[in-house]
Design a protein around this ligand. Sequence first.
Ligand code: BGP
Length: 485
Amino acid sequence: QLDAFPKHFLWGAASAAYQIEGGWNADGKGPSIWDHFTKIPGKTFKGTNGDVAVDHYHRYKEDIALMAEMGLKSYRFSVAWSRILPEGIGSVNQKGLQFYEDLIDELIKHNIEPVLTLYHWDIPQSLQDKYNGWESRQAIDDFDHYARILFDRFKDKVKYWVSFNEQNVFTALGYRWQAHPPNISDVKRMFESNHIINLANAKAINSFHELVPNGVIGPSFGYGPMYSFDCAPDNILAELNGEEFQNHWWLDVYVHGKYPKVTLKQLNRLGIAPTIKDGDMELLQSAKPDFLGVNYYHGGTVRANEIEHPLQIDEQDLEKDFQATDPYLMKPKEEQAQSPETRMFTNVSNPHLETTDWGWEIDPIGIRIALRRLQNRYDLPMMITENGLGAYDELGVDEKVEDDYRINYLSAHIKEIQKAITDGVEVIGYCAWSFTDLLSWLNGYQKRYGFVYIDRDEQDEKRLERIPKKSYYWYKNVIQTNGEE
Ligand code: BGP
């Protein structure tokens, strides 16, 4: 017998500014690093960008009406920093701020709890040009300044706040794999900027606790539980390493204000550990999130490496890894042993799991394992801030989208969350990714996640008709029955 979902469980859906808004230069918005990056030839699928996206900037009322009709309890969205401060600093663009105020008011009017993400990967391009963005400590203060503007303005309207979205993903893809902006491949610079982002996160959380006493804030982390390939003890050790390097490396800092020792020691050995200055660790320790946002898509499976604790990895080896690894999956393109920069484990495929059309493993039990491990180690309430299935949906001749595969996927994950709640884990909400179809960062508009289909018209890029899919009606019922379906 499973426990019921909590009475006020936040059944929701999530999005990010660049992926839905469009209006990339509307009403005084400045460019972000994504506006810049998607214009570099060859970087995204067929050169797709978010200039128009799904035009949510002009159609948010229509979208929120569909959310209300569905009975959504919460909606997670992100604010584009460069809409508020077109240059990242300086004077506020009142029209940009007003857009988010109108959006929030519209949500509240329909009894939908806003969940506001401060940073979903789009630092203003002018800060990138000016001082290399997250590589400069100036970004800590500038981010805090931006965050304080939002805290001040929305403190009485928004209770749930997310600081950074998937810091692990955007630092790795942006500074190591050249798959995201700022399009860099330099392991040392990746660890340096990651440390600076940790400091920015801590400083903003402290500001939040000073300015928004009735709200709660936490990061949204892209968590994938690590599995040992088998029960060989050296592979179990590799799992420990993988869990520490891929997950605790961030989460321990967020929650306990310290870097895990084994990974830090290995990074020091290799000369790629971040520069930690006086006062840094004190700042990290002073800020504690109120909850953890968990983005769950899939975990990772690992095996031991032949050499443990190498003293150096030469440039050629790093280059070989670079060529052989699929950055999104963090797995070798072919089944040959390649490993991430610490050489503490090797990522491999899991023979027990099927994959999506884009090769992402489908693993509902993994979400329960994730929640259990995170509860054990961090003991904070958790909100699933993303979970969903990217697929090639098709609009039938009858104008319907029969996305039973998505229903099966979401249903299986929700069931495992209920089991985790029955186990004793505190979960306060679930945001499916995503409400409408939207821009998949590198995969264009063909990889669809939404409950609402967006009919794109090549001739008329602003037509963008909204058509609820079968999963829309299914989720409506999930919400109505509080998870019973
Ligand atoms: C997460 C991001 C989301 C979203 C999702 C799906 O990592 O936080 O913004 O894009 O992944 O990713 P993709 O669009 O690459 O399939």
